[in-house]
Every structure is written in structure tokens, then in C-alpha cells.
Design a protein around this ligand. Structure first.
Ligand code: NAP
Length: 280
């Protein structure tokens, strides 16, 4: 398959390029420096030139708190930019796989969020990602919108790395127990996205995240245990860490699709990431 990846300099984008190449696909990735998705003409030209079969859009404005003070910047990339990529793919006869997020939900459901559940973002980032989902679906009938959650992997700041750094410096850390979600290793998700690229009939929304669920507190405990770091993980709540953007309390994703792509359990993702991780 011939794949083109936008946002290829990001945490997920780089894993997708590596995973696709490892699986023997022809894959080209463009980082922001080489392709700004808000530049519609450049996006149309580049994707037209490359003639991919599937475009995987990993480009995004991902600063959840920053989006509260600059919602237009988030919209420019996550809404208009996503629409540009989807339209360019359509013009080139390519399908699009677009990345979205658990933050399109308000976190109030008891039980996991399914694809058909009503959305209700709590902040500007979630609003921009939801707008992007609609823009992508509007611009390209051959679309798969993948909502994922709690990513960790090589190449960008992430919770697992933050805990490893803190664990080396402190004897105890306080981590919230009142947000639950599905930690997802980018290596596992990348494989799923490449598999999805080979399933052009599977259009629409897909929830794909590490199997199982936990709180951030439990994730920190798992990281320390696996990495043999002696650091106590104390319970705390979100109130103790006020931030500009509210986070959903329940971010757990599950799929109601008839033939869902299921990832390995999140603990396996942590183990594989730690085994492959090159310390900074
Ligand atoms: N991280 C998570 O926990 C999480 C959870 C759920 C869903 N997601 C979704 O998963 C996808 C990948 O996220 P990620 O964690 O890999 O984020 P990331 O590491 O921040 O990667 C996003 C990439 O997009 C690039 N970018 C920003 N503006 C761009 C533009 N105008 N044109 C082209 N590229 C641009 C960024 O470049 P710069 O670094 O130069 O800005 C960055 O390399 C996103 O759609 C995100 O919403 C992430």
C-alpha cells in the first residue's frame, strides 16, 4: 500500500511511518516543517503529487490547555487543517484515516464511550477535534475517524516519561485517581492504523485504544513497578491540580463496531514501550 502521513514529526506520526515501513508498505511522512496542513494549496499540491492510496492525518494542535487561550489556533489545525487533508486525499482518489480523541466526550457516562454516544467536549481542544471529525467526513466519503486516548510513545513529552523522570528524583508523587481512561502505546496504535488502511470498507468512526482501563494513578504505579523504581504513588484528585482546560473524568473508549480493531491490554503497551525506550 502507498501511504502518506501528515504530522509525521509528532509522537504518533513517527510511529505510524516506522510501523508502515516495517510492514513493507510504501510510506512517506511529512512533518510540519515540510507540510503545514493549514496551507490548503500546499496540501492539495503535495498529496496530488504523491498519489497515495491512503492518507493518515496525525497532524494536530495538541496543547489542551493552550487551546483555551488560543482556540482559533486549535481550530485552524484541527478543523480547517483536517478538512484540507481530507479534501486533498479525496481529490487524489485516496482514503483518509483521521485521528481524533476521547476529549470529544464530556466524561459523564457510567461505562465506556461507544462510537454512537453523544459528544459534548468540555474545552476548546475537544471542540476543535470534534469540528475536525465533521470536516473530514464532509470532505471525503472514504474516511475512517479514529478516536484514541492517553497516548504514550517515543518522540514527545508523555505521561510515562514524566513519571520515569519524577520517579528518579522523588520518593513519592501524587497522581489523580478521579480520571480514568485507556493508556495507549503509539506502537500498538500505529499497527492498528496500518491495518485499518487495508480495510477501505470500514468507514466511519472507530474507537481504538489500549484494552482495559485505569486511572492516571494506577498507570503511574504500573510504570514504577515495571521500571523497578521505588517511588510511592499517593492518591489525589483533579481539584488539587487546577488547569485551564477541564478533563473528562471517564475517558474510557470501547467499540460497538461489528469487526473492531482491538489493541493489546494497556499494561502490555507499557511493558513494550519500556522495553524499547531509549532513555533521554
Ligand atoms: N497525545 C494523546 O494523548 C492523544 C490522545 C487522544 C488523541 N490524540 C490525537 O492523536 C493525534 C496525534 O497526536 P500526538 O500525540 O502524536 O501529538 P503530537 O506529538 O503533538 O503530534 C502532532 C504533530 O502535528 C504537528 N502539527 C501541528 N500543527 C501542524 C500543522 N499546522 N501542520 C502540520 N503539522 C502540524 C505537530 O508539530 P509541532 O510539534 O511542530 O507543533 C506535531 O508534530 C492527534 O490527532 C491527537 O489529537 C492524542
Amino acid at each position: 500500500m502507498r501511504l502518506f502521513v501528515t504530522g509525521a514529526g509528532g509522537m504518533l506520526g513517527r510511529a505510524v511511518v516506522q510501523g508502515a515501513a516495517r510492514d513493507g508498505h510504501g510510506v512517506l511522512g511529512a512533518a510540519r516543517l515540510h507540510l503545514d496542513v493549514t496551507d490548503r494549496e500546499a496540501v492539495m499540491r503535495r498529496i496530488g503529487d504523491e498519489q497515495p492510496e491512503v492518507v493518515i492525518n496525525c497532524a494536530a494542535y495538541t496543547d489542551v490547555d493552550g487551546a483555551e487561550s488560543d482556540p482559533l489556533a486549535a481550530m485552524a489545525v484541527n478543523d480547517a487543517g483536517a478538512g484540507n487533508v481530507a479534501a486533498a486525499a479525496a481529490a487524489a482518489g485516496a482514503a483518509i484515516i483521521h485521528l481524533s480523541t476521547d476529549y470529544v466526550f464530556d466524561g459523564s457516562k457510567r461505562g465506556p464511550w461507544l462510537e454512537s454516544d453523544p459528544t459534548g467536549p468540555l474545552g476548546a481542544y475537544g471542540e476543535s477535534k470534534l469540528a475536525g471529525e465533521l470536516a473530514v467526513a464532509d470532505a471525503n466519503a472514504s474516511h475512517a475517524i479514529v478516536r484514541t486516548a492517553w497516548l504514550f510513545g517515543a518522540g514527545a513529552k508523555n505521561f510515562v516519561d514524566t513519571m520515569l523522570a519524577l520517579g528518579d528524583q522523588r520518593e513519592e508523587v501524587s497522581v489523580v485517581t478521579d480520571q480514568i481512561g485507556c493508556p495507549t502505546w503509539t506502537g500498538h496504535l500505529a499497527g492498528a492504523l496500518v491495518a485499518l488502511a487495508a480495510r477501505p470498507q470500514d468507514t466511519g468512526i472507530h474507537h481504538i485504544a489500549g484494552a482495559g482501563a485505569c486511572s492516571w494513578n494506577e498507570l503511574a504505579q504500573e510504570v514504577f513497578q515495571r521500571a523497578a523504581i521505588e517511588c510511592r504513588v499517593l492518591p489525589t484528585t483533579s481539584d488539587a491540580f487546577p488547569r485551564p482546560a477541564a478533563r473528562p473524568a471517564n475517558s474510557v473508549l470501547a467499540s460497538e463496531r461489528p469487526d473492531p480493531i482491538v489493541l493489546a491490554p494497556w499494561r502490555v503497551g507499557v511493558a513494550e514501550y519500556l522495553a524499547k525506550r531509549v532513555p533521554a
